[in-house]
Design a protein around this ligand. Structure first.
Ligand code: GDP
Ligand code: MG
Length: 349
């Protein structure tokens, strides 16, 4: 084998590790076919691609971003309140890190952890949860550093941006000036021949909120978002904490499939079994279809925002995978930590 490898230009020793292509080449020469063994992750998390006939449309998931004090929180509040008043008088939405808004023509899901931190944390873990970024820019202040940061994040993630010009009630609002500023970042309004939807609002005066929601649905329609509700759920952890009374709880955004009470799952390094699910209105639910945020009880530990959430076939698999991931995690933790302690020791001496 070593000789054959030499002919292939690989100077191998007797306990050399070879890449898959080399292994294939060398096994062929000996009349064998190399087959790559699936990793534990791959075995357990195998997912068949959805057939077009199984796909149903799903609601868009929105993240609100923008410069500090431009009105992100006010906008979220305005949307939540207008919706609560319209549909379920007096009912207060639970804070679970995400909520949905029902409209006549559909519904929209908002990730309620505004700003770059959540978006970036999730992206860093490879999670793609947001379908549309709402970029809030105060019309009296214009493009600011975090505005640019936010639009760059959205562009890097390939997520379409809808611009909201907020604080239109303020006398010094200069929407055209802000539009010109944003045009320099390729966010050109439709009336100027561009492709970006701009909505002018006042979060404080609750003006333009309905129009914004309609525009989000319109934009979502163009994206043709779909999912297959008839399979085991997959999603992303949007928020997680250790609750004194209830133990670890996490808000999971179901992205595909349907999550049911009793389902066995893995999320990040932890596994579990869905003990209960609570929706954004504070109601217990038995199942959660795609684009539904739900608070999930039944984790063995507190996962992290951005962790992928998978329903798996058996408790044995779930346990095996979480043990494997915990071992991996310990190994990566040990590396830098031991280095730090050595450095600290050096300093002391
Ligand atoms: P965030 O930092 O982006 O979450 O911004 P906030 O929602 O906390 O708003 C910052 C400040 O701007 C607060 O004092 C709000 O009351 C005010 N504000 C937000 N929206 C509007 C608006 O439409 N008009 C006016 N006049 N003030 C607003
Ligand atoms: Mg805020």
């Amino acid at each position: 084998m070593i000789m054959h490898l030499m002919k292939l230009g690989v100077m191998a020793s007797i306990n050399q590790r070879l890449d898959y292509e080399t292994l294939q080449a060398i096994s062929n020469q000996f009349g064998f076919e190399a087959v790559r063994k699936l990793t534990l992750e791959e075995q357990i998390l195998q997912d068949e691609p959805d057939d077009a006939t199984n796909l149903l449309s799903r609601s868009p998931v929105i993240t609100i971003m923008g410069h500090v004090d431009h009105g992100k929180t006010s906008l979220l509040d305005a949307i939540r309140q207008s919706n609560v008043m319209d549909t379920e008088a007096g009912q207060i939405t639970q804070h679970i890190g995400a909520y949905h808004v029902e409209l006549e023509s559909g519904s929209v899901v908002f990730l309620d952890t505004p700003g770059h931190a959540a978006f970036t944390a999730m992206r860093a873990r490879g999670a793609q949860v947001t379908d549309i970024v709402v970029l809030v820019v105060a019309a009296d202040d214009g493009v600011m550093p975090q505005t640019v940061e936010a639009l760059n994040h959205a562009k890097a993630a390939g997520v379409p941006i809808l611009v909201v010009l907020n604080k239109m009630d303020v006398e010094s609002a200069r929407p055209d000036h802000v539009k010109r500023q944003l045009a320099e970042y390729d966010l050109v309004p439709e009336e100027w021949g561009g492709q970006t939807i701009f909505v002018e609002i006042s979060a404080k005066e609750r003006i333009g909120i309905e129009e914004l929601l309609e525009m989000l649905l319109l934009e979502a329609e163009l994206l043709e978002l779909s999912a297959n509700p008839n399979k085991p759920a997959r999603g992303t952890v949007a928020e997680a904490k250790l609750d004194k009374g209830r133990g670890p709880v996490a808000t999971v955004l179901v992205q595909n499939g349907t999550l049911r009470v009793g389902d066995v799952f893995v999320a990040g390094r932890y596994n579990g079994k869905v003990r209960a699910m609570i929706n954004d209105r504070g109601h217990h639910v038995k199942n959660a279809p795609p684009s539904t945020p739900v608070e999930v009880l039944g984790f063995t530990g507190v996962p992290e925002a951005g962790d992928q959430f998978f329903v798996v076939g058996s408790e044995r698999d779930a346990k095996a995978l979480s043990e494997f991931r915990q071992a991996q995690h310990r190994a990566t933790q040990l590396g830098p930590q031991s280095r730090v302690s050595i450095q600290e020791g050096d300093i002391k001496e």
